[in-house]
Design a binder for this molecule. Structure first.
Ligand code: BGC
Length: 530
């Protein structure tokens, strides 16, 4: 009984009421406006220099790479021009040591090497042909420009963008920490390593994964006028949306096309309300933040995304274990267990290590509707070496895990609601009754049971949205933002550079021809005078 009462009191602390949701939305809108006015605010609102979303007719072969939270992925994408695409991709885990390497070069050299391996494996012919064509007059040090792959670089960390393929790292998130890279242009860092390996690849576009998601969802969303928001709820969380150019008040340094009157904004909402004006703050949130590599930052992300939910649960479990007034994961509850005779936590259980509890256990808990919570108890046994947990123990863990997951989903709704309201689409007479498309990706939306349903439920109580508005908000899984989305941005970027490239190429060719003719006439003169 004591355990049930204690659990209830913990669950109550994770309660995020309808009133909290509405307060959250108002503050989110306020911080969005602030971020559009000046730099250095908690919602960074970064202009991406992408000024429109695709309509599905785009065509061509592009490369895309993605450095996310855990893996590095290399792909080539053939856009077919009818909303469909073919993708070839390889993925490797980023070695933990490289996430906290001393120098940026160590990480980026590893990335370039994976690109080389990919090209050799999947584009061997193309690669060879490039090498044969290398020494052309127009590109003496390598490849003819049109044979160089344009590549979108999905780099899912906060970057101050200065142009479509230029941006300096503001700070690392998600456990990465390479101080040497902070303040440097990440596209240049990658291009340098690519050039060292003489690969026919140009980093054409710098892409946040949320921007890729937005683009991919607009390319593929059936009969839509383009998605309004691309969002990730995975290891980290963030969103990118289409803003009116006239609302972007802070200065932008790079070139961009003004004809659409729009600019895609990377909100970096992981850092929404770092000052904790409205975010909930339980004792476990406090400890998690204190022990993280970036205390005081990514405060919203630390309550919403996959990297952190398991850790919050772990901290609660540790507290329950230490509490002398409750019997939790102790033998006296094991009379009803059916896995082993005695409850036991292995000394080496990852429950005792920071980040030791993967958020996937929350999905197991949420999806376990068996009367004896058999799935969760098996999960505890297999993944955390918590052997033979009693039903009561599993029930306590499930209640807390569900409360953490539900709070995360309702917080996710705060960001989505604020952005939908900001776009004004709900009240736009030109698009009356049309669906409002939101493309989402990431492990939570893919695997956490009812995450999207819980978001929807919360959207329907937001002032200015309501039940009717919520029905129009269509939250769809975006197909491969970091692949096809990044390729689409590389295509946009290639278009932007085309005029200059053509001119440079023609001029270069003319110069070389002139030089060659001059040299030949000198030789001729020499020959005649000899
Ligand atoms: C990063 C964002 C990214 C998000 C989702 C956050 O930690 O700051 O740039 O979009 O994770 O991957």
């Amino acid at each position: 009984m004591a355990l049930a009462a204690e659990t209830q009191s913990i669950v109550n602390q994770f309660e995020y009421t309808d009133d909290d949701v509405n307060k959250g939305v108002k503050e989110f809108l306020r911080q969005m406006a602030e971020g559009l006015e000046k730099d250095g605010t908690s919602l960074s609102q970064i202009p991406t220099y992408v000024t429109g979303v695709p309509n599905g007719t785009e065509k061509g072969l592009y490369m895309a790479v993605d450095l996310g939270g855990t893996n590095f992925r290399v792909c080539s994408v053939k856009l077919n021009g009818d909303g469909t695409f073919n993708i070839t991709s390889d993925k490797v885990a980023v070695p933990k040591a490289l996430m906290v390497a001393k120098t940026a070069e160590e990480l980026f050299a590893f990335l370039a090497l994976q690109i080389k391996k990919f090209l050799e494996k999947h584009h061997g012919d193309h690669f060879e042909a490039h090498i044969r064509r290398r020494m052309t007059v127009s590109s003496p040090e390598g490849y003819k420009d049109e044979n160089v792959f344009r590549m979108g670089f999905t780099f899912s960390f906060p970057v101050q963008q200065m142009g479509i393929n230029k941006g300096t790292l503001i700070r690392w998130t998600k456990g990465f920490d390479i101080q040497d890279a902070v303040g440097k242009d990440v596209c240049a860092l990658l291009q340098q390593e690519i050039d060292k390996l003489h690969l026919p690849v140009k980093v054409a576009a710098l892409v946040n994964d949320t921007v890729g998601t937005l683009m991919a969802h607009s390319y593929g969303a059936p009969g839509s006028h383009g998605a309004v928001l691309g969002a990730i709820f995975g290891t980290g969380t963030n969103g990118a949306y289409v803003e009116k150019l006239s609302n972007v008040k802070k200065p932008m340094v790079g070139e961009y096309d003004t004809s659409t009157g729009e600019m895609v904004i990377n909100t970096e909402w992981g850092s929404f309300d770092n000052q904790l004006n409205v975010l909930p703050n339980t004792p476990w949130d406090v400890v998690l933040d204190k022990q993280s590599v970036n205390p005081g930052f990514q405060m919203y992300e630390k309550r919403v995304s996959g990297m952190f939910l398991g850790e919050i649960l772990r901290l609660v479990i540790l507290d329950l274990l230490k509490n002398p007034d409750v019997s939790f994961l102790k033998d006296d509850n094991s009379s009803t267990n059916d896995l082993r005779s005695t409850t036991d936590i292995a000394e080496t259980s990852s429950i005792f290590q920071q980040w030791g509890v993967d958020s996937s256990i929350l999905s197991v808990a949420a999806g376990d509707h068996t009367p004896a919570l058999t799935l969760l108890r098996k999960g505890l046994d297999d993944n955390l070496q918590i052997h033979a947990a009693a039903y009561e123990d599993a029930q306590a863990i499930k209640s807390v895990a569900d409360a953490i997951g539900r709070r995360a989903a309702r917080l996710a709704a705060v960001a989505i609601a604020a952005i939908v309201l900001q776009t004004g689409k709900l009240n736009d007479p030109a698009h009356k009754d049309e669906p409002i498309d939101v493309g989402v990706d990431g492990s939570l939306v893919e695997h956490y049971p009812y995450f999207r349903e819980m978001i929807h439920e919360a959207l329907s109580i937001v002032d200015g949205i309501g039940k009717e508005g919520a029905k129009r908000i269509r939250i769809g899984l975006a197909e491969d933002g970091s692949g096809v989305g990044a390729a689409l941005i590389a295509l946009v970027a290639a278009g932007m550079e085309k005029n200059t490239t053509d001119a440079e190429e023609i001029l270069g060719e003319l110069r070389s021809t002139a030089k060659a003719q001059a040299a030949a006439s000198v030789d001729d003169e020499k020959a005649t005078s000899d």
